[in-house]
Design a protein around this ligand. Structure first.
Ligand code: FES
Length: 107
């Protein structure tokens, strides 16, 4: 069960227990992170599940698709380590993953 360290919009931090086989977006929503709207339901077409990945973890994730790269680059507040949380599949290898919730807003 991968533990995920989450920094919310207000700077508050928490460790949540994610489930391997679920997406990061699904787990953030299950823990009521309201800024993660996930308007498209995880089909990589809305960018309302935008998160910023801690630099040390960014390269450990599977590479984003061209569609994700294009979409996340247009997300409000996009940064170098931005990802769409619906495209990150949790696994035990991601235990300790650190992320920050990005300012919400559609692309
Ligand atoms: S939920 Fe829409 S792009 Fe992730």
């Amino acid at each position: 069960m991968p533990k995920i360290h989450v920094t919310d919009l207000d700077g508050s931090e928490a460790d949540i227990d994610g489930r391997a086989g679920y997406t990061l977006m699904e787990e953030l929503r299950s823990f009521n992170y309201s800024a993660i709207e996930a308007a498209c339901g995880g089909s990589c077409s809305c960018a309302t599940c935008h998160v910023i990945i801690d630099g040390a973890w960014f390269t450990k994730l599977s590479a984003p698709s061209e569609t994700e790269l294009e979409l996340v680059s247009m997300a409000p507040g996009a940064e170098e380590h931005s990802r769409l949380s619906c495209q990150i599949l949790l696994s035990d290898e991601l235990d300790g993953l650190k992320i920050r919730i990005a300012q919400p807003g559609a692309a």
